[in-house]
Write a protein that binds this ligand. Structure first.
Ligand code: SF4
Ligand code: SF4
Length: 252
């Protein structure tokens, strides 16, 4: 019998599920190796109860219903993988975590907002609620990282994901540095790699969508920003867009 897997989306844009479906060259091999039994984004017929070898979960947790759903997924799965920056760090939905929901509604709608706020709190990463066995960041997660995770986990291994910054990939591709050469506010030095330095490859500064790299050298990037007369807030705001709960925790 093939191992069963499930693919889920909580609060997010479903970008990871689209990227999984975009694994066109590998998809037939994947469905040959596993039974995808529960995947609302790919099938209307789903088995929502049986035991799973691996659950892939994208999106952040925004309310009690999603917390319950995540707990149910965790309880029925041997391994749980957080897919994408929302699941790993809270993502875009968490960038405003420090502002109360009524205040946010007021900022967006002024005095014409709904009288009663919805059942939505600040979005939180999966690890705040359940054990996460593997975290694959990215907004969205790279398709190749999903394929690597499936093959490694099925073989009892943990995939080796990058722990170095985007700059390393950028240098390996011999791109001209947008920060040093052109004075653009690039978050590459403090962002974890995995995208192949996609944005600098198009002459666009990195906005940090893969989340902060471990032990980011903020001192060094601050110095370069000072030399270039760039406001350091730009990098902080970029990183907050994808990983505010993690940065807030580091500050505590
Ligand atoms: S362009 Fe950005 S990612 Fe590339 S080396 Fe410069 S700072 Fe790093
Ligand atoms: S270069 Fe930065 S913003 Fe662009 S895909 Fe990579 S991590 Fe995301």
């Amino acid at each position: 019998m093939k191992p069963k897997i499930g693919i889920y989306g909580l609060s997010g844009c479903w970008g990871e599920q689209i990227n999984i479906l975009n694994c066109e060259d590998e998809l037939l091999d994947i469905v040959g190796a596993v039974d995808i039994v529960d995947f609302l984004g790919g099938s209307s017929v789903n088995d929502t109860e049986s035991r799973l070898a691996i659950a892939f979960v994208e999106g952040s947790v925004a309310n009690a219903r999603e917390e319950k759903e995540l707990q149910h997924i965790r309880n029925r799965s041997d391994l749980l993988v957080a897919c994408g920056s929302c699941a790993c760090f809270g993502g875009v939905g968490a960038m405003d975590a420090q502002v109360s929901r009524p205040e946010l509604i007021k900022q967006v709608y002024g005095n014409n907002g709904p009288a009663k706020s919805w059942d939505i709190g600040p979005h939180k990463p999966l690890s705040e609620f359940v054990k996460v066995d593997l975290a694959i960041p990215g907004c969205p997660m790279e398709s190749k990282a999903f394929v690597k995770a499936v093959s490694s986990l099925l073989n009892g291994d943990v995939p080796l994901l990058p722990t170095y910054p985007v700059c390393l990939e950028c240098k390996m591709k011999e791109y001209d540095c947008l920060l040093v050469s052109r004075g653009l506010p690039c978050a590459g030095p403090v962002t974890v790699a995995g995208c192949g330095a996609r944005c600098p490859g198009y002459n666009v500064a990195c906005i940090g969508c893969h989340g902060p790299v471990d032990e980011a050298n903020m001192g060094s990037i601050e110095k370069i920003f000072e030399q270039k007369e760039l406001p350091m807030d730009q990098i902080k705001l970029k990183l907050r867009t994808f990983a505010a709960p993690v940065l807030d925790k580091e500050r505590e």
